[in-house]
Design a protein around this ligand. Structure first.
Ligand SMILES: C[S@@+](CC[C@H](N)C(=O)[O-])C[C@H]1O[C@@H](n2cnc3c(N)ncnc32)[C@H](O)[C@@H]1O
Length: 340
């Protein structure tokens, strides 16, 4: 019997097969080098991912986490544009292709996919991994440097995942402007740090200036209500670790939580876009008989809501609500009853 695997399972299997042949000591050394490089000064003049060992280390050490972060961002985006499926996808700074796997997980079907990156070994390994996926085996892996000369062909969706932090401020602007000029929808994902959030907000501003509307995570396209320096908007994606991942990362937990910031913006007609009425922007706090939800609201403000047992079904929904979810759920309940 041939049971079709999900993109996440296929990626896990493909990564395991690829890294099986890599001696654990060599993998560990490559991970150490990678961490040291990423702690160093970025942007760099040349790719950090220089050879196959670097790229294999990236794939083992980081790709499962960037995949889950992008998948989570795309799930929120897809929820805001329920009638839309991208007919084509370009992943800029795509490396080993984590975001292409996340797009395949978010939307069924096969679409033209192009991955652009300046690191040839990353593209080569990404292509090898993608051969295991019916949705990605036909993807084009192209060498391209992000800069003022970057050209992105017209496409439905552009993803820029964990790339802005490796670029100069000018190149960040170039890549966001090029994405805005090429695509109907643009999704930018960064680490969930104050710096990552600041880069996401700068990208958000440029996309709005280019005529895009924010579909997720924000409930609106007005200014972010977070006071810079006081807090940062970020979310969390659970990444289950395979035994191989545990070995390479030398950790014992069966999972880790990847923190990320993101913006998904679109030029789709306003009637096709339904941003969340509000979004849960912190892990909900469950207390005896009540749930505290920190929400970013359509009224351009952050507010804490307390949902208690007396709210009935809504209380049950609040107990199930997760950090990053849209609130209230489409069913059931009457949200206005609990406005405070
Ligand atoms: C942290 S990795 C992220 C890879 C992938 N997008 C992901 O989410 O896993 C950053 C990628 O950006 C690429 N990159 C960095 N600077 C670049 C530049 N100036 N031009 C093209 N690619 C660049 C790197 O080669 C690397 O593959």
């Amino acid at each position: 019997m041939n049971i079709a695997l999900s993109p996440a399972e296929t990626l896990r299997t493909a990564l395991a097969a690829l890294l099986d042949g890599l001696p654990p000591r060599q993998a560990a050394q490559a991970v150490d080098r990678l961490i040291a490089n990423y702690r160093g000064e970025t942007p760099t003049d040349a790719p950090i991912l220089r050879d196959r060992a670097d790229v294999a280390a990236y794939a083992a050490y980081r790709m499962p986490a960037t995949f889950e972060a992008v998948r989570s961002a795309l799930a929120a985006f897809a929820g805001a544009v329920p009638g839309w499926t991208p007919a084509s996808h370009v992943d800029v700074g795509g490396g080993t292709g984590a975001a292409t796997w996340a797009v395949a997980a978010a939307w069924d079907g096969v679409r033209p996919v192009t991955v652009l990156d300046w690191a040839e070994p990353a593209l080569a390994l990404g292509k090898e991994l993608a051969a295991a996926s019916p949705a990605l085996s036909g993807a084009r892996w192209q060498r391209a440097r992000i800069g003022s000369a970057l050209q992105i062909g017209s496409t439905d969706l552009v993803t820029v995942s964990y790339v802005l932090g490796e670029l100069t401020e000018r190149d960040r602007a170039h890549v966001v402007d090029a994405a805005a000029g090429a695509a109907r929808s643009v999704v930018v994902v960064e680490p969930g740090t104050p710096g990552g959030y600041a880069r996401v907000i700068a990208a958000r501003d440029r996309l709005i200036a280019a005529g895009f509307r924010v579909a997720a995570p924000c409930p609106h396209s007005a200014a972010c209500p977070i006071v810079p320096g006081e807090d940062w908007c970020h979310f969390s994606a659970r990444v289950s670790r395979s035994s191989l991942h545990r070995r390479v990362k030398a950790g014992s937990l069966p999972y880790e939580d990847e923190k990320f910031s993101y913006v998904a913006a679109t030029r789709l007609p306003v009637t096709d876009v339904s941003p969340a009425p509000a979004r849960v922007v912190r892990r909900p706090q469950i207390r005896k008989g009540q749930v505290l939800l920190d929400l970013c609201e359509a009224e351009e403000q952050l507010r804490r809501h307390t949902v208690t047992k007396r709210h009935g079904d809504l209380y049950k929904a609040a107990r199930d609500a997760d950090w990053g979810d849209s609130w209230p759920p489409a069913e059931p309940g009457n949200y206005h009853e609990i406005r405070q």
